[in-house]
Design a protein around this ligand. Sequence first.
Ligand SMILES: *Cc1c(COP(=O)(O)O)cnc(C)c1O
Length: 366
Amino acid sequence: MITFLDLKQINAQYRTELIEACTKVIDSGWYIQGNECNEFEKEFAQYCSVKYAIGVANGLDALILILRAYKKLKIINDGDEVIVPSNTYIASILAISENNLVPILVEPDINTYNIDVNKIEQSITSKTKAIMVVHLYGQAVEMTKILELGKKYNLKIIEDSAQAHGSYDTQLNKRVGNIGDASGFSFYPGKNLGALGDGGAVTTNDEELANTIRALGNYGSHKKYENIYKGINSRLDEIQAAMLRVKLRYLDNEIKKRKEIANYYLENIKNENIVLPSVTTDSVWHLFVIRTNKRDELEKYLLDNDIQTLIHYPLAPHKQEAYKEWSSESFPVSEQIHQEVLSLPISGIQSLEDTRKVVKLINDFS
Ligand SMILES: *Cc1c(COP(=O)(O)O)cnc(C)c1O
């Protein structure tokens, strides 16, 4: 069986170092807001070439806290609108609703799966305060025009970089997390940079925003027992930070291997029923997502041949029960994507032999 993502084997590569790092934390007697989190924040900020990184409990909290901080700073207010792609993992949208803001969905480009830059401006109103882009499946969004819109309409540009650690905009030559005003990252175990539990971070070059987020995630407190905001508890604990410090050292290698597999797929999958993903910037290939109008047949055929695939995602956010107020709205590009996409296995430990096997089976599919 070629599994979609074998986390046990992925983490086994670093087993000795992970155990050492974990032991160090256990023996230190200090488990929250200590040296490991501080060092990881510095190392991750440096990796993204950004001034500040703030560890938080998970990726959803990272996005929620960015918007909440803009509210505390009176840059965004209740009821304001935030533009977000209609094709994303639902967490991007939840972060907006959670802050009593209004998500305005904009269709993606069918080939890159990322937000269609040419459809954003028509959705901007006097209530729009931010654009949240999502570097979906690991591919950086082309940011030049989005940054221009941000300037023109005085909008904050927020990046959901949960799937794209290390990816970069080739035009700007900047890594995600350092392009917009603020960026949210997830270290969920299955992400390219995954902890051994939940974890997340915000990156930004804005000192005031960074300080506000740090306080909001720590009960609204800058200083022990002095609470200036009604905050929450959302912190990256020492053990997860220690795990991430180990894995960050190998992230570029993980990305390199993913790119090799993706390039092999791109060069060798030849089947008129299948549309391969287009890359217009850079992708770190968190997912390798193909499209076919025979998706369900292909999924079954591959599984019958011992290859596990997944669907990211089976149901568009506007079709979810949680957003039933949108059930009559139509986002045809997103709907087509959700009906046609299939994610092929890809990871830093996948062998060329397995990749070849996947390609051969797909090429034989009719
Ligand atoms: C994973 C993910 C999130 C949420 O991150 P968690 O750490 O799981 O909370 C947000 N946005 C996108 C695009 C994601 O893939």
